[in-house]
Design a protein around this ligand. Structure first.
Ligand code: HEC
Length: 106
């Protein structure tokens, strides 16, 4: 009886683990956040220039995210959850000027 419980627990853990591995998170989720929250303005013919992700270094993106958002950015920043901001920053970091992992298989 005890064993069956253990097995059930293991299966449960495994399922929980593997599904979280497939859930959108990290830079891929950040890319969606970017499309949903930034591209309304930052697009060709939009209110703002298209953003070049490699225009800045990682440090500069981190700094930008840390700053208080005013003006046009108050709204999109207010809409995003902490996780969304985190993933979005991962997306920017992935394509930042000083990141070269993308040349590999990342
Ligand atoms: C309501 C419109 C709007 C939205 C939504 C918006 N922006 Fe902007 N953003 C602007 C404007 C306007 C500027 C300044 C003028 C320009 O770049 O054309 C700007 C400038 C910027 C800059 C350059 C700032 C600098 O100091 O040079 C960055 C980086 C940026 N936005 C990031 C973002 C990110 C990331 C998002 C999504 C979370 C976002 N913006 C969403 C309107 C917007």
């Amino acid at each position: 009886m005890k064993n069956a419980l253990l097995v059930a627990l293991c299966v449960l853990c495994f399922v929980a683990f593997s599904s979280s591995a497939f859930a959108a998170s990290g830079w891929r989720a950040g890319k969606e956040t970017y499309k949903n929250n930034c591209m309304s303005c930052h697009k060709r013919g939009g209110e703002a220039e298209r953003l070049k992700l490699n225009q800045w270094s990682k440090a500069k993106w981190t700094k930008f995210f840390g700053e208080d958002k005013k003006g046009m950015h108050e709204e999109p920043w207010g809409k995003m959850s902490e996780k969304e901001k985190d993933d979005l920053l991962k997306y920017f970091h992935k394509y930042a000027k000083d990141d070269h992992t993308r040349l590999g298989c990342g």
